[in-house]
Design a protein around this ligand. Structure first.
Ligand SMILES: [Zn+2]
Length: 65
């Protein structure tokens, strides 16, 4: 498995997850307006269990944007 280091403290005690808010937090492009968003992607993030830094925010489906 790839070694990911914390952006803040440099340690490797990293967990991967999704940003959620009673469902998922989505990245929606600025040109998408209205109730029916056609383009959106979930966001994957890494978090450091040592210092609590959340980093490496990455679109789950960049091809949908
Ligand atoms: Zn850290």
């Amino acid at each position: 498995m790839e070694k990911i280091k914390c952006n803040k403290c440099g340690k490797e005690n990293i967990v991967k997850g999704n940003l959620q808010h009673s469902g998922s937090v989505l990245f929606v492009p600025q040109d998408q307006k209205g109730l029916y968003v056609k383009k959106a992607s979930g966001i994957i993030a890494h978090a450091c269990k040592d210092c609590g830094c959340v980093f490496d925010l990455t679109l789950e489906n960049p091809e949908k944007i």
